[in-house]
Design a protein around this ligand. Sequence first.
Ligand SMILES: Cc1ncc(COP(=O)(O)O)c(C=O)c1O
Length: 404
Amino acid sequence: MFGCCMLLDYINDRLWFGLDRRICLTEVVASLEGPCYLYDLRHFTKRYEDFRAAFADLRHTIHYAVKANAHPIFLRRIVELGGGADVVSGGELRRALACGMPPERIIFSGVGKSEAELRLAISAGIKQINVESVGEMRRIIALAEALRRPARVAFRFNPSVDAETHPYIATGFRSHKFGIDAEAVMACLALAQQAGRWVQVVGVSLHIGSQIVDVENFAVALRNTRPLVNAMREHGFALATFDVGGGFGIYYDTGDEHRETVNFARYATVVRQGVMGMAEEVLFEPGRFLVARCGILLTRVEYVKTTPYKTFVIVNTGMHHLIRPALYQAHHRILPLVRRPMPAHTVDVVGPLCESSDFLAQGIELTDVQEGDWLAVADAGAYARSMASEYNLHPFPDERFIIE
Ligand SMILES: Cc1ncc(COP(=O)(O)O)c(C=O)c1O
């Protein structure tokens, strides 16, 4: 299983980053003009390989969720490692193909696939389209017939699990817009039977949400899905693929990779039991778990502003480069690149945008920092650059990699 590693660690009060404490961050920022995402590709690779090893006894494919971080270097690495991609838009599909991802390793999820996006997916001959409504099923059949290209589909089932995570990233409850219920699956199956050769039903997929650390949620989802798989089998549809989705979470608050290792072993046990006998091949769509930890966001302190009420550490990045704290009240550790032997203060770390929601952390303890100091925001590999914007016309940060 996973070896334990410290990705961010102090040596003589200077912060080092990367597997085996690869680089001293004060040297990196010496050449920076603005904020910068820095990634350790070796850690990403290690996570992928550890994931594969945990399911070595199961025929499976890891379809990296491109939405977490669509940088071509990550996608090309997944191609080299033999993995696949999970895309949620035509843009992501084109990016995956451009990075050399074979179409037969791509799956396409999402509730609102447009005609143009589906046309692209069917023409490219991707592995499967995860259908999320009866309307989408009709659209796929019409397009496949018109293109004279058969489409492979799986049904994204909504298992009605109220997963314990932030409400904005829970997706598997009946009141969410995602997936379809058993009745709608049966309606889609009837349409598939009428469509004959143009649509091939290959599987069932799930994705109950993101940043889920209590693995019991996955166990319940899988239990709730088994009756559907059995019913499909009774209708003559034996599944080639069962797609477990992504969603396995990390410990942002402590950065404790050892705890994550232990929890991942639980996840692997739950999934192995839950999918037993369901399909020939099990698919996974992890995003955050592969890429979150391997990235940091480096930022410079512009000002330290003290008011009678609070101290604000004002930095040159913010919610436009890492929206998770503002959007989900997410917590990211923030570490000074140089640690001074001074007492800690309670501060808000805020960005330059004209929005009060523009913060990276509120009420955290930070050792004394001064104008011109640099900070590292931890675990910024997932849903940071991919959700970033140029709001207030700030440019996107640079992205740098530790490759080997
Ligand atoms: C359909 C689908 N698959 C996979 C993922 C990846 O989730 P995570 O990054 O939590 O593993 C998402 C993200 O929400 C998703 O919507």
